[in-house]
Write a protein that binds this ligand. Structure first.
Ligand code: GDP
Ligand code: GDP
Length: 437
C-alpha cells in the first residue's frame, strides 16, 4: 500500500494524449473501478516504471480550442482544470505535425503560473524531420521529449525522466493489528488541524516506521495501548516545505487513502454548513465500504442560532446513513476531539465483527418467520442460510431460491435486522444473496 504521485496528461484534443495514456498504463487500470463516478470525463490508470508507481490522468475530452474559438477561460472551466490541480506532475503534449499553435502557448502560459513540474512532449515525431520539435522550445519548458506514442517510441525516455524524482514504492509493512485511520475532507475544513490535534495529545506516542521516509503519509502512533496508523492526506508533516500556493487537496489521493484505511473520519466545516462536496467525500468512503465517523469541525465559531441551523441541516442530509456517528468538534481548541476515539473503535469493531453461520442463520429464520418473503410465480422465495463473507465492510451472504426476485424492500428489512441485532454502528453492511442451484 502506498499513496502514489499523480501525473496529468494535458494538451489540445487529438495530440495523442490517450495514445500516450495507453502506453503508460498498458491497460493496467486497477484503480479505475475504485474511481467510478469520477471517470466519466477523465480516465485514470496505474503506471509503473522500474520500482516506481504513479497514477496517470488522461484529460482526453478537454478544451474546444482546436478551432481557435475557445479562450483559456473556457479551458479552465473544463474537467482538465481539476485534473491539473490533482496532479503532482503535468505532462504537456503537443503535436509535432501540427507545429506550434496559439492554443499551445495559452496552455503553456497557464501551466507556468501553476508552479508544478511540467514535462513537454512533442508527439507524432514519426514522419517529420527531427528538427521540427525545436520550435516548441519557445514554450519555456526546455527541450521537448520527442515521441511517437502510437509506435511506442520515446515513451521509455519520458518514463525515466518522469520517475527520476519519485520515491521507490514503499514496502510499508503496516502492523495488521494497527487501526488504519484516514482523515478526509475538502480543502480548509480543518484536516491538518485535526491531525495535529490527534497526534499532539499527551497520551499519544508517535513512532518512526521502518521503510518509510520522512515525508511518509503513514504516521504510526499508539494511544492507551492501541496502535494506529494515521493516513495523512492533508500533508501535515510536509507543511512548510511545500509551496502553499500549490493545491494540496486531491480526490485521487483521498480515494487512495480511503482504500488503505479501516476507518475514515470525514471532516466537515460547520461554518460552511454541509455542502455537496462533503457528501461526495462521504460517498467515496461508503462506496469503498469503510467504517465512517463524521466530524463537524469549527463548532467553536458558531452562534447559538447557527448551531441550531447546522444541526437541522445535519439531520436532513445524513438521514440516509443513520448508523454514522456525528461529532461536533473544534480541532483548533480541542473540544470534542477526544470523543472521536470511542466512535472510531466502535466503527472499527463493527466493521470487523465475527459471527458464526449458525447464529446468522438463526436470525434469518426468525426474520423470515416474522415476515415471510413474497411469492413469485406462485412459489415462495426461500432463504435457507446465511454466512459471513467478509470484513471491513462486513458482508452477510444469504443463500436461497429465487433470491434474484427478492424485492429491495425485503433486502433492506434483512439488512436492518442484522444491523440492529449486532449493533453495527459506524460501518456499512453489505447483504448479498446467492441463488442456490
Ligand atoms: P488525444 O485526443 O490527445 O487523446 O489524442 P489521441 O490519443 O486520441 O490521438 C489522436 C490521433 O492521433 C489518433 O488517430 C492517433 O492514432 C494519432 N496518434 C497518436 N499518437 C501518434 C503518433 O505518435 N504518431 C502518429 N502519426 N499519430 C499518432
Ligand atoms: P485542511 O485544508 O482541511 O487541512 O484545513 P486546515 O487544518 O489547514 O484548516 C483550515 C483553516 O481552518 C485554518 O485557518 C485553521 O486554523 C482553521 N481551523 C481548523 N480547525 C478549526 C476549528 O476547529 N475552529 C476554527 N475556528 N478554525 C479552525
Amino acid at each position: 500500500m502506498s499513496i502514489k504521485p499523480v501525473v496529468a496528461l494535458i494538451g489540445r484534443p487529438n495530440v495523442g494524449k490517450s495514445t500516450l495514456f495507453n502506453q503508460l498504463t498498458k491497460s493496467r487500470q486497477a484503480l479505475v473501478a475504485d474511481l467510478a463516478g469520477l471517470t466519466r470525463d477523465r480516465q485514470y490508470g496505474d503506471a509503473r516504471y522500474e520500482n516506481k508507481s504513479f497514477i496517470v490522468i488522461d484529460t482526453g475530452g478537454i478544451g474546444e480550442m482546436d478551432d481557435g474559438s475557445g479562450s483559456i477561460d473556457d479551458y479552465m472551466a473544463t474537467q482538465s482544470y481539476t485534473a491539473i490541480h490533482e496532479a503532482d506532475i503535468v505532462v504537456f503534449v503537443v503535436d509535432a505535425r501540427a507545429g506550434l499553435i496559439g492554443a499551445d502557448s495559452e496552455i503553456a502560459q497557464f501551466l507556468h503560473g501553476l508552479g508544478k513540474p511540467v514535462f513537454l512532449v512533442a508527439n507524432k515525431m514519426d514522419g517529420v524531420h527531427e528538427a521540427s520539435s525545436a520550435e516548441f522550445f519557445a514554450l519555456g519548458f526546455g527541450e521537448p521529449f520527442a515521441m511517437a506514442a502510437s509506435h511506442g517510441k520515446g515513451v521509455a525516455n519520458l518514463l525515466e525522466a518522469l520517475t527520476a524524482d519519485m520515491a521507490e514504492d514503499e514496502e510499508v509493512e503496516l502492523d495488521s493489528q494497527a487501526l488504519k485511520l484516514a482523515i478526509i475532507g475538502r480543502p480548509n475544513v480543518g484536516k491538518s488541524t485535526l491531525v495535529n490535534r490527534l497526534l499532539g495529545e499527551e497520551r499519544v506516542v508517535v513512532f518512526d516506521m521502518p521503510g518509510t521516509t520522512r515525508d511518509s503519509i503513514y504516521i504510526p502512533f499508539e494511544r492507551e495501548g492501541r496502535e494506529y496508523v494515521l493516513i495523512d492526506t492533508a500533508g501535515v508533516r510536509r507543511r512548510g516545505r511545500i509551496d502553499e500556493k500549490v493545491e494540496k487537496f486531491s480526490v485521487v489521493k483521498t480515494l487512495q487513502a480511503i482504500k488503505d484505511a479501516n476507518v475514515v473520519v470525514v471532516v466537515i466545516d460547520a461554518k460552511e454548513g454541509v455542502v455537496d462536496q462533503d457528501l461526495h467525500m462521504l460517498g467515496y468512503a461508503l462506496d469503498a465500504g469503510r467504517a465512517i465517523v463524521v466530524a463537524i469541525n469549527k463548532w467553536d465559531g458558531l452562534s447559538p442560532e447557527q448551531k441550531q441551523m447546522v444541526k437541522i441541516e445535519i439531520d436532513r442530509r445524513f438521514n440516509f446513513v443513520p448508523w454514522v456517528k456525528i461529532h461536533l468538534i473544534s480541532a483548533l481548541y480541542g473540544n470534542g476531539v477526544g470523543n472521536l476515539y470511542p466512535s472510531i473503535h466502535k466503527a472499527y469493531d463493527a466493521s470487523m465483527f465475527k459471527v458464526s453461520t449458525s447464529q446468522l442463520t438463526r436470525i434469518l429464520e426468525d426474520a423470515v418467520a416474522n415476515h415471510p418473503p413474497p411469492m413469485v410465480g406462485g412459489r415462495r422465495i426461500k432463504l435457507r442460510y446465511a454466512h459471513l463473507g467478509g470484513h471491513n465492510p462486513p458482508v452477510i451472504v444469504i443463500h436461497g431460491n429465487q433470491t434474484t426476485a427478492l424485492p429491495k424492500s425485503y433486502q433492506r428489512y434483512l439488512e436492518n435486522i442484522y444491523r440492529t441485532v449486532y449493533k453495527l454502528e459506524g460501518t456499512p453492511l453489505q447483504v448479498e444473496f446467492k441463488q442456490n442451484a
